[in-house]
Write a protein that binds this ligand. Structure first.
Ligand code: SAH
Length: 217
């Protein structure tokens, strides 16, 4: 029997609708919209929930975490303004969907997840679509990846209690970090590194993410 939920044509149609919805918001540039239109989000969602993959909602993944809603993924990606060839660090791999979007846009992606279960899951998900280039780490994102720094951009996909200093210092001069900061509710911040010690901060309104937690699990 044809499984309608898994049928790629149906998913393609749903994905197209999502892109139309995001386009109508006039918030996003064509590069971000193309990436959302290309990456098969349903392959990052647990079995049984695929039919919700292209709704503009967050969805539960393993380890009591969520895959951010497409609008949020698009928003952070837009703020990061990633260019082809840029070296990007992602904190909070989750299921790997945001990783895939960054890779599709030509970024050289490094990503860290604190939960081993999700780290393994993301590896598997990215393999399904032959995205084998992003480098995945199981570790504590508060520390970043000093061995691979400096980065053109850092994207934090969990709510940080404060701006982690280690991450700021792993930015190139001229580089930027997109990070939701705050406890229960967060404020979406874009921080640019102007020189060795100066940073410029801009706020992009309220956001709601799962918390950024210390240590690994
Ligand atoms: N980018 C993901 C979003 C997943 S939700 C996606 O596209 O699906 C945020 C993720 O951040 C969760 O998986 C959570 O386990 C992880 N996380 C929380 N604190 C972290 C930390 N200190 N280091 C790395 N990952 C962290």
């Amino acid at each position: 029997m044809l499984n309608l939920v898994l049928d790629p044509l149906i998913q393609k149609g749903r994905r197209k609708k999502l892109v139309e919805e995001l386009t109508a918001s006039k918030m996003f540039g064509s590069r971000v919209l193309r990436a959302i239109g290309a990456v098969p989000r349903h392959l990052f969602i647990e079995k049984g929930l695929e039919e919700f993959a292209y709704k503009n909602i967050p969805i539960e993944i393993a380890g009591k975490q969520t895959i951010s809603q497409p609008y949020t993924v698009a928003m952070e990606t837009e703020l990061l303004n990633v260019k082809s060839g840029e070296k990007i660090l992602e904190i909070g791999t989750g299921c790997g969907y945001q990783t895939a979007i960054l890779f599709y846009m030509g970024a050289v992606v490094y990503t860290i997840e604190r939960q081993k279960e999700l780290y393994l899951q993301a590896k598997e998900n990215l393999l399904k679509i032959d995205y084998t280039k992003p480098v995945l780490f199981w570790g504590d994102g508060f520390k970043g990846l000093p061995q691979f720094a400096p980065f053109d951009g850092i994207i934090v996909t969990c709510g940080a209690p404060e701006i982690p200093n280690d991450l700021l210092l792993q930015l190139k001069i001229g580089g930027k970090i997109v990070i939701p900061v705050g406890d229960k509710e967060q404020e979406m911040l874009l921080i640019k590194r102007k020189n060795k010690s100066e940073f410029e901060k801009q706020s992009y309104g309220a956001a709601s993410f799962v918390p950024m937690l210390h240590g690994v699990k």
